[in-house]
Design a protein around this ligand. Structure first.
Ligand code: MZP
Length: 504
């Protein structure tokens, strides 16, 4: 007879945290959210590869492109660039993130000296940028002749058919710097010369980038920025279990910091084989994640046979996922995280090795993120949460006066399954495991993550902890009844915005 697990599968929604003693030290500014992403020996060595905040974005076409990866690394987390694309395209996206130089901006507004003020105005309206580089042929990387800003002409007074030539500030009257200058030196030049913008040119006078005073302030609003040893933004990428050797080589060449074998069911010899081969070739310098799993025995297998650095937990809980309906496998996300976290702690006791775990999928609110971390997740992976933001790779659409973004599963027909689900269903997509849907637009990633982190830190202070590790050790959670959930809502008062007119 089959083994029947008596305990039912639980979700995060069924738990609440109890407050612990909050001392005067427990202030949000004292909370550290630094969390490991690579196995290590606590007490014997320092945390190795880590995140500054415990958020990563799902390796999905509708989520993790380069723009989102840049925005998330600046907040202290990491994206996993999706693998359901060609090796070249994925490596290109990684390269784009690694080449993003905070503070050095490639000019997207350029005109030739023969252009008119009308052209300048049109360009300004299109890009929203008021600094225009005047270059020899009007292209980004050609010889810089000067800079035209909105202060140089009056839209309603000047004759707009005039050529920009008599209006822009020529190079000889500009403060500029040569390529190779550090961001700090560039910022000092701006400060000393009381300038808003500093063009950077190469030896031949060709425009390379621009440094803006406003970005200096911006930089200060990203204190958790996650970078590599060369101060380039951190980025991860997903792998499949087919072309992993070739793909990893290209991703490493592009500068990837971390890879993750990405399967809907990772408890397989395919994953172990891929991880072991990669480890053999790249040694400990390559951070390799694996998953997804939902049980303690699968964790053991990933730790011992696959020897991965971190393990992703979660099957069937994703907002776009229909695996449980289609195939009857999966587990309530809270039960899965608790079981795997227990196995991880036992493994640490036995071997002295700590293998971080990531709760992946089904996190529908900040409270669920908080509960997942309290239950033992070292970090969380989210798809829908990030698909809703400005920086996800899809275009916004307007429907009945509200803005939405498309969001589809990697196991949906739209994602064409690529290689991820190929293992179980040969090369054909016989049935879907994900849906193609829309999610409400939620604005810039930075604002959204900012609010989530404030809530997380605030709860940690209520619990009386200052680190993720302490959160795991000290959190006390209680199961809630349905009536407790009702009691926690606003069921006994009328909300004005929900009252119908003339109700009485
Ligand atoms: P969510 O944050 O949108 O709830 O879930 C995102 C997670 O769902 C991904 O990280 C991945 O593990 C999983 N996923 C992605 N595509 C599918 C699918 O098509 C899926 N079934 O389950």
């Amino acid at each position: 007879m089959a083994i029947i697990i008596d305990d039912i599968s639980h979700t995060f929604h069924e738990y609440l945290l109890l407050p612990g003693l909050t001392t005067q030290q427990h202030l949000p500014q004292n909370v550290s959210l630094k969390t490991p992403i690579q196995r290590y020996r606590p007490g014997k060595e320092e945390m190795k590869a880590h995140l500054n905040v415990p958020f990563v974005s799902a390796a999905m076409q509708a989520v993790s492109g380069p723009e989102l990866a840049i925005a998330l690394a600046r907040k202290g987390g990491s994206a996993f660039i999706f693998s359901s694309q060609s090796i070249e395209a994925q490596a290109r996206m990684v390269k784009q993130v690694k080449e993003h130089k905070a503070g050095f901006v490639e000019s997207d507004s350029n005109l030739a000296p023969t252009a008119t003020l009308e052209d300048a105005l049109k360009l300004r309206r299109r890009t929203g940028h008021s600094t225009i580089a005047i270059t020899e042929n009007g292209e980004r990387n050609s010889k810089l002749l000067g800079i035209l800003t909105s202060k140089d002409f009056w839209e309603y007074k000047d004759d707009l058919s005039q050529c920009v030539k008599g209006f822009y500030t020529p190079l000889e009257r500009l403060v500029f710097a040569e390529e190779g200058v550090s961001l700090q030196e560039a910022t000092n030049l701006l400060w000393k010369n009381k300038k808003e913008c500093l063009p950077i040119v190469d030896k031949n006078g060709n425009l390379k980038s621009l440094v803006f005073r406003k970005d200096y302030y911006d930089h200060h609003s990203y204190p958790d920025e996650l970078t590599d040893g060369r101060k380039r933004l951190f980025v991860g990428a997903a792998l499949n279990t087919y072309d992993y050797m070739e793909r990893t080589a290209a991703l490493i060449e592009a500068g990837v910091d971390c890879v993750c074998l990405d399967s809907s069911d990772g408890y397989s010899e395919w994953q172990a084989k891929a991880a072991v081969e990669l480890r053999k070739k790249y040694g400990e310098s390559l951070v390799i994640g694996g998953g997804n799993i939902v049980s303690a025995d699968a964790f053991r297998y990933m730790a011992e046979h696959a020897q991965v650095d971190f393990v992703k937990v979660g099957i069937g809980g994703g907002s776009i996922c229909i695996t449980r309906e289609q195939k009857g496998i999966g587990r309530g996300q809270a039960s899965a995280v608790m079981d795997v976290a227990k196995a991880r702690d036992e493994y640490l006791k036995e071997t002295g090795v700590y293998i971080p775990i990531c709760s992946d999928g089904g996190l529908n609110s900040d409270t669920q993120v908080i509960v997942a971390l309290a239950m033992g997740a070292d970090f969380v992976m989210m798809g829908k949460y990030f698909a809703m933001t400005e920086e996800s790779p899809t275009a916004k659409i307007s429907y009945r006066g509200r803005l939405y973004k498309p969001y589809w599963g990697e196991g949906s027909n739209r994602a064409r399954n690529w290689q991820r689900y190929k293992q179980s269903d040969a090369a054909h997509l016989i049935f879907e495991e994900g849906v193609d849907a829309y999610v409400p637009y939620s604005g810039p990633l930075s604002d959204k993550v900012g609010v989530s982190l404030v809530k997380l830190k605030s709860t940690m202070c209520n619990v009386g902890v200052l680190s993720v590790k302490e959160f795991h050790e000290k959190a006390r959670l209680t199961r809630v009844s349905e009536m407790t959930v009702v009691e926690g809502g606003t069921s006994t008062v009328e909300m004005l915005d929900r009252m119908k007119p003339n109700e009485d």
